[in-house]
Unconditional design. Structure first.
Length: 94
């Protein structure tokens, strides 16, 4: 079973390389943000797989959840920053 988890982890690593290509050569900033978000999501899955390989899933799930939350907040903050900087829509002042 460990060989299956290791093979799946290598497959996820290959998918992360494809997302890294989108991060580097993305035609727009939003494509780069989506690429970074995809890498963060795959890293969360990879952390769970590492936990399965080391037979310590309980510890790695906590790490994966914290990493997923940080990834989500970072993508939201960067999307909000670039939306404000580019002026994609007009926001009424209150």
């Amino acid at each position: 079973m460990d060989d299956f988890f290791l093979g799946y982890a290598l497959f996820i690593g290959g998918l992360m390389a494809l997302s890294l290509y989108r991060c580097i050569y993305g035609p727009t900033v939003l494509d780069r943000i989506v690429g970074v978000n995809a890498i963060g999501t795959k890293t969360t899955v990879l952390l769970i797989l590492i936990g399965l390989l080391y037979h310590r899933v309980d510890m790695f799930i906590d790490i994966a959840l914290a990493y997923a939350l940080l990834n989500f907040l970072a993508v939201l903050a960067s999307a909000r920053y670039f939306q404000k900087r580019k002026g994609l829509y007009y926001e009424k002042p209150y």
